[in-house]
Design a protein around this ligand. Structure first.
Ligand code: FPP
Length: 244
């Protein structure tokens, strides 16, 4: 196999620990092919596997993918149904690959709102991969960052009310422990495809110091080489996190 020229340019000692991706542009990509939106989502699932494989190979520790936002419930029922069924099929068909490649599945978001067969598929793959350690694959499903922050605030308020926590103990790191991402480090790099330059209610607390990378490539076209380009760009950034 010919090694990608871009892959050769990546400094293996400066791989981001956590990459988060807003996978945008499936609908527009499909429209350009005169196909329906679900065709775009189906192709998008292939891009997911390219990025998962590349992340595992390069030693990225955590990969968070925004697959369905709380706002996405406002889409036509047919698209929602198709997406849910695609996610379920994806989990079933890729479960063995995730397991064998030492990849552990996690989710963030309100999983209880998803159709029961999808909830079951998620539970099964989580269970199957729970001892895996090479890559943590975190899929955001029915996820909204503002809702997550409000929920964390309620949990902390309740702890104070119950007398388990003192107001003085509340600081940034304690707050982070009440977010759904408590077990994961903050993303180093946030990628958004398809040319839009916004964060759309994704990991708002966690991306405070993340490097942002926007590309015009639509998600179904996003290849390993496109991912390598994002990583190379990340490696040229000078990260001071507010210091000098
Ligand atoms: C945004 O494109 C994409 C989504 C809302 C769904 C993302 C889902 C996938 C990539 C399917 C597979 C996912 C996994 C985790 C297996 P859009 O529909 O908003 O596109 P548009 O902005 O061009 O309309």
């Amino acid at each position: 196999m010919i090694m990608s020229k871009l892959l050769e340019q990546i400094d293996k000692d400066k791989i981001p620990v956590h990459v988060a991706i807003i996978m945008d542009g499936n609908g527009r990509w499909a429209k350009k092919q005169q196909k329906d939106r679900l065709f775009g989502h189906n192709r998008g699932a292939q891009s997911v596997m390219h990025v998962v494989e590349a992340s595992a190979d390069l030693g990225v520790g955590y990969l968070t993918l925004y697959a369905f936002s709380t706002e996405n419930w406002g889409r036509p029922q047919s698209e929602i149904k198709g997406l849910m069924s695609l996610l379920g099929k994806f989990l079933k068909s890729e479960a063995q690959k995730l397991y064998k490649n030492n990849i552990r599945l996690h989710t963030i978001g309100d999983i209880g709102t998803l159709p029961l067969p999808l909830q079951k598929a998620i539970q099964d793959v989580k269970k199957k991969t729970e001892c895996n350690t090479r890559l943590h694959l975190i899929i955001a499903l029915s996820y909204g960052s503002r809702a997550e922050i409000v929920q964390a605030t309620k949990l902390i308020a309740n702890e104070v009310k119950q007398g388990h926590l003192d107001m003085a103990q509340i600081d940034e790191s304690l707050f982070a422990q009440y977010l759904e991402t408590a077990d994961f480090p903050d993303p180093d790099l946030l990628i958004r495809t398809s040319g839009e330059q916004r964060v759309s209610n994704f990991l708002l607390y966690q991306i405070s110091y993340s490097e942002l990378y926007f590309t015009n490539i639509e998600w179904p076209d996003f290849s390993k080489d496109d991912y390598y380009r994002a990583l190379i760009s990340f490696q040229t950034r000078k990260r001071t996190c507010g210091k000098i």
